[in-house]
Design a protein. Structure first.
Length: 231
């Protein structure tokens, strides 16, 4: 994938890989929640793998249970290998935003934060998700608009650079959002990003890499993330 812009704000943008806990082999999954030790499980077959990647139980309000879980990825044809969960809002939002975090975007005024970084068994495929709970639905709507502005800043890029495609809206019973495919310098689909909101909760989820050539693949990720965020 082509390099990002090297001037102005674009110089702060991250590479598209996500830092996560290290695991060896597709049957070994490491999960880190905050500063707690990783919990690793070994097994063979999809059933064992599914049990191994299960993260913390859902908590009231916004917590790790409001983030995407292992079973959401199996439905999308992705096999998780490791995940790092944090509840501080200090994970970088997306490949477009540089090192801006949800805590910085909300100026630390959100009621709660939750972040996760997932790695999968296919090379170059990862996913990051960051969520916040606003004090009111109005504040969550404001954060949603700010997140979409961050993403749209990377729709217009020089030839040969990766970029986000046009915005698509998605509405499910759990909430609504906007998803965008991402394209590499050759114009091929390379994942995507979605900004989602459910009531007072708002989030951004980004997939790097693409299990399918279908540009609409990100709609499924967005729907899965929305269903979790609403819990």
């Amino acid at each position: 994938m082509s390099e990002h812009r090297a001037v102005g704000k674009k110089s702060a943008r991250r590479g598209r890989g996500a830092g996560v806990a290290v695991a060896t082999g597709t049957a070994l999954v490491a999960i880190v929640i905050g500063t707690q030790p990783a919990a690793a499980h070994a097994g063979t077959g999809a059933a064992n793998r599914s049990a191994a990647v299960s993260t913390a139980a859902a908590e009231p309000g916004l917590g790790s249970g409001s983030l995407m879980q292992s079973e959401d990825f199996f439905q999308q044809g992705l096999t998780p290998v490791s995940a790092t969960v944090d509840l501080t809002g200090k994970q970088a939002l997306s490949a477009c935003s540089g090192e801006q975090t949800m805590r910085a975007l909300t100026k630390g005024k959100a009621a709660a934060y939750a972040d996760v970084a997932w790695r999968f068994d296919s090379d170059g495929t990862s996913l990051t998700e960051s969520a916040a709970e606003g004090s009111t639905a109005a504040s969550a709507t404001t954060y949603e608009k700010q997140l979409n502005a961050v993403v749209r800043d990377c729709q217009d890029e020089p030839a040969g650079h990766w970029y986000y495609g046009k915005a698509h809206t998605i509405t499910v019973q759990a909430g609504a959002g906007t998803w965008y495919s991402s394209y590499n310098g050759d114009g091929k689909v390379a994942g995507g990003v979605a900004v989602i909101r459910s009531g007072q909760k708002v989030g951004i989820v980004e997939l790097t890499g693409q299990p399918s050539d279908d540009a609409g693949y990100m709609a499924g990720i967005a729907a899965g993330a929305l269903n979790r965020l609403a819990r």
